[in-house]
Design a protein around this ligand. Sequence first.
Ligand code: FNR
Length: 361
Amino acid sequence: MAEEPVNVNEYQELARQALPKMYYDFYAGGAEDQYTLKENVEAFRRITFRPRVLIDVSKISLSTTILGYNVSAPIMIAPTAMHKLAHPEGEVATARAAAACNVIMILSYMSMCTVEEVASSCDAIRFFQIYVYKRRDITAQLVQRAERSGYKAIVLTVDVPRLGKREADIKNRMIAPQLKNFEGLLSTQVVSDEGSNVKAFADSTFDASLTWKDVGWLRSITKLPILVKGVLTHEDAIKAVEAGAAGIVVSNHGARQLDYSPATISVLEEVVHAVKGKVPVFVDGGVRRGTDVFKALALGAQAVLIGRPVVYGLAAKGETGVRRVAEMLKDELELTMALSGCPTIRDITRGHVITDRERLH
Ligand code: FNR
């Protein structure tokens, strides 16, 4: 592809060309039959608009607040693992792009740059995502390092008691590098004789006994607000609020965990209704267009998280690529707002979209 990409999907092909197969497959793949991987994207396509006309849209503002922080758009960078496999500058490049676009970056627990390196590289608003390890002392240390380094929230990912079965990684015998955050604390290079070494590492290290009461433990070791990422039902949304979460991320982990989980956009409203405005609800999975961002906001999300497109942008063009991905989504969202009669984010309502379920009635 000689020309510049005109949408974020086109970065995927550039990433495929730029990366060794093992790494491209790691980023692109989903679990098992990859039903949910397709559905995350397809479900957005089944939602259409009810645009309003003859509203003054000569000025459009995408700006909004997330946990009280002013940002340029309701778009965040999702936590995704191991950015140096995509580009030598790794998470530092991603964070610089986030800062340039004034969007929030959520740094993955499985990053290849340390929490401190990312913090000192730019002034992006940063959240820190965590998994809880069996060695709670290690998780506690990382949370405290993030808090000291100015991260503004902890994102507790709750959908990985074990790693999903990602068959491309098994075939490629995906290798986990030593992650710098854990140097001197534990080896992240668990060697398994067969299959994915990333899975061998996660399954031997992550604490599968984690329960809702451990959110209380996390709250006891940090003052930062805690977002719970990986909720797909109204039952768990209520439990998250009861446990003291400051926000919920509706997520199926980019379809990398339980295949045949529902598309996240199809369960967003269920969660939004259960939460009754007590805490903000965010969503990720399959957001590839500004129209998708608009649809998520219309269905009650306060912002979306973007996973793979960011990594593809990084693989293709480093910091510039991540910037372009964020800018393209922002530009498309702005256009969607203009064409739907919504000059500000607050003007986007449930009445601006129609879901396939409603169309059937
Ligand atoms: C992820 N995701 C993820 N989530 C998390 O909480 N911690 C992590 O370390 C990772 N790592 C990770 C690596 C890769 C390569 C992918 C694709 C995803 C999940 C991520 O935060 C997010 O939920 C999804 O990526 C959103 O879906 P899309 O935008 O990729 O479709």
